[in-house]
Write a protein of this length. Structure first.
Lengths: 220, 476
């Protein structure tokens, strides 16, 4: 498979290029962003809303009511979720007492191969997120076996649940504090809005391949 | 395009300049992109500092390039990503083909990748009876119309919605004619979602490969890149070897420069970081991930301290948007995969001066590309260097085909010029003669060609020296 002769020839040329003998002066980065908690929430919400993310800032104990309200309003028929994460069990509990007008809950429990057709028909998928980043307005996902990668991509709507206390100033801060260099997950994602394109005459259209809507619930 | 036949640049340019629709589409689009970039970087001091940092990060990566590639290979392999090396595009194509054959995949779904364009992968697979499906909306449009990208970021920008409407109506079965961009996008979504769900192999490019952790980073807005790298059983990533960077902490500034310069976005919709195939227990994601590292002339560029800077490029395309030549002729006129200023320095080095050196002539040397480049590539200097190498008067050319334009007449003219300017006597005679000739510059040979699109210069009756002697110098 790996063509060793190609590899060795390329590396030999690179070593012989003299590039390793060059001097590279250091250039300092612009000063980092430093905001307080409320300012971080505000900046993230503002930036993400500007690119059509539907942002709702809710009290931590009221987020399920907000979710139900949205589900009814938007008329989702089926909601994809991960039953083994905290938000998943909370949703199950909330749905147990009250299902009127609410979408059917569909758990992502098997490998995608057994589930693909269903997955591509899903109205909405809800996931927790690892953190937010204020500077550029993104949520950061490290998908897990309990909340797989396609949950935030294939359903027509992606609902992301973010805790306000987990918003970093910048991606640089997050990478450093969480020591990403020690080990990266299979997939890490930054998401700032719904899928979009401007490939035809710069007309902005949402939902070209991925979710048509991104709903962000910030639990404060 | 970009194949081994000589292309007629002048003919292409003449055609493009006469195409009113093309020029209108391009002007509108490039003005938008220039404007958006300006808006996203409102603080010039911040931007200049960021550009310097970007330049330093990429230079630091090039300084350690062989070591970083080896480290990337070690870490990717440790993570379960299979690494392949390709000397040239034929080898890279062969690697992709082998993977597809092994998985009995009749088709491959593709996210946007300029390296795959460089490989002419679609044409190659087609010749093998296999199908490449472009899934980026712009790429999808031009693939339906059997065209190549005209811009490295917005590949179908030369088309307006009426043209797209006609293409969809003609090429996609049972598609009604519509100029509604929302509807056009919905049609593409419907067609391509089926392809994503069915594909066994997906292909992507790489924006940054992080040696420290063996991570492949991709930016995009549409989600097709995530589809191609997550839904199929196999993901093949192709990258030029200059895409490797040292560490994760290099990512934030480069990302900011890339998305800000490319589309004027603070950040793209998705930043997708892939470090391994599906692990045991995980429910989706490809079971195999392959990384193809392509040289195709890049290691040769690295050997020259000045040309090496070509490899700093992060393929944002902002030099195209700001180029007065690109905005008038569009990408196709350049006849090669990489158009615009970056193409003018990249293509001649990849293909040789004889085939592509003419691209370096398509510049007014206005300097805009160098001023906006997020990693400070001195593109105008490199264009001038390529022009000099095309004549190679001093025999120092390093690019293949150096001196291809050298000819006796021009060599003699320049020798004469040198002589005349070194000898005060000859210089005096020369200027006096030129003064006598006045306006009558002979319109022959290269002079005729030169004055075809330029005002022919008028020679003053007497030289500046003479005037100063006769009239004195007025210091006021």
């Amino acid at each position: 498979m790996s063509n060793h002769t190609a590899r060795e020839r390329i590396l030999a040329r690179l070593h012989a290029s003299g590039t390793e003998q060059t001097e590279v002066p250091d250039a300092p980065l612009p000063p980092p962003l430093s905001l307080d908690r409320d300012a971080k929430i505000e900046r993230l919400a503002e930036l993400m809303a500007a690119i059509r993310t539907e942002v709702h800032i809710v009290d931590t104990d009221a987020w399920l009511d907000k979710l139900k309200e949205l589900a009814r309003e938007k008329g989702w028929k089926r909601l994809l979720y991960g039953p083994e994460v905290p938000i998943g069990s909370a949703i199950e509990t909330a749905w147990a007492s009250d299902t009127e007008g609410l979408p059917e809950l569909v758990a992502y429990t098997g490998p995608v191969e057994t589930f693909k057709e269903d997955l591509f028909q899903m109205d909405a998928g809800i996931t927790s997120v690892r953190a937010g980043v204020a500077e550029t307005g993104v949520v950061v996902l490290w998908p897990t076996p309990h909340e797989p990668r396609l949950m935030s991509l294939v359903p027509t709507v992606h609902v992301a649940v973010l805790d306000a206390d987990t918003i970093y100033n910048s991606l640089a801060e997050m990478i450093a504090v969480e020591r990403w260099a020690d080990g990266m997950p299979t997939n890490a994602l930054l998401i700032s809005g719904p899928s979009k394109t401007a490939d035809i005459e710069f007309t902005l259209v949402f939902g070209v391949h991925g979710p048509k809507e991104l709903v962000l619930l910030i639990r404060k | 395009m970009g194949n081994h036949t000589r292309f007629d640049f002048e003919h292409n340019v003449t055609g493009a300049l006469a195409d009113d629709q093309l020029r209108k589409n391009l002007r509108k689009a490039m003005d938008i992109l220039v404007d958006k970039r300006r808006t996203v970087f409102p603080d010039s001091e911040y931007l200049e500092q960021l550009r310097s940092a970007g330049n330093a990060i990429k230079r630091r990566a090039l300084k350690q390039l062989p070591r970083l590639l080896e480290q990337l290979e070690v870490n990717c392999t440790k993570n379960g990503i299979q690494v392949h090396w390709a000397e040239d595009t034929a080898e890279a194509n062969r690697i992709v083909l082998d993977i597809m054959r092994r998985h009995e995949a009749p088709a491959i779904v593709k996210g946007k990748s300029m390296v795959s364009e460089e490989m002419h992968l679609n044409r190659f697979l087609d010749e093998q009876g296999l199908e490449a499906v472009e899934t980026d909306l712009g790429e999808f449009i031009i693939q339906l119309n059997h065209e190549t990208p005209s811009h490295i970021i917005v590949p179908a920008i030369h088309k307006n919605k009426d043209e797209v409407a006609a293409i969809f109506h003609d090429k996609i079965p049972d598609t009604p004619y519509t100029e509604d961009v929302e509807e056009l996008t919905a049609i593409a979504r419907r067609v391509l979602r089926k392809r994503f769900a069915a594909a066994k192999v997906g292909l992507s490019g790489v924006n940054f490969a992080i040696a420290e952790t063996g991570t492949l980073l991709l930016v995009e807005n549409e989600g097709n890149g995530r589809m191609c790298t997550t839904v199929p059983e196999v993901h093949v990533a192709v990258m030029g070897l200059e895409k490797v960077i040292e560490k994760l902490s290099d990512v934030p500034p480069l990302l900011r420069l890339l998305t800000g310069s490319a589309t004027g976005q603070v950040i793209t919709t998705y930043v997708n970081m892939i470090s391994s195939p599906r692990k045991s227990g995980e429910k989706d994601g490809p079971k195999e991930v392959h990384l193809v590292i392509l040289d195709n002339g890049r290691s040769r560029m690295l050997a020259d301290p000045e040309f090496r800077q070509t490899l700093l490029c992060i393929r944002c395309g902002t030099c195209l948007n700001h180029c007065p030549v690109y905005v008038r002729i569009g990408g196709h006129a350049y006849g090669h995969v990489y158009p615009g200023p970056i193409g003018k320095i990249l293509t001649p080095q990849m293909e040789g001066l004889e085939r592509a050196g003419v691209l370096a002539t398509a510049s007014s040397l206005c300097g805009a590309c160098g001023e906006v480049c997020p990693v400070r590539i001195p593109i105008p200097d490199l264009i001038r260097r390529l022009r000099n190498e095309s004549y190679d008067q001093d025999g120092s050319a390093v690019v293949e085909g150096g001196g291809y334009k050298k000819n006796l007449a021009e060599t003699l003219v320049w020798k004469g010029w040198e002589l005349a300017n070194r000898s005060p006597l000859l210089n005096g005679i020369g200027t006096r003669l030129a003064g006598k000739l006045g306006k009558r510059i002979p319109r022959v040979g290269p002079l005729k060609k030169w004055t075809r699109v330029r005002t022919s210069p008028k020679v003053a009756r007497c030289s500046l020296h003479e005037r100063a002697r006769n009239e004195g110098v007025n210091n006021e």
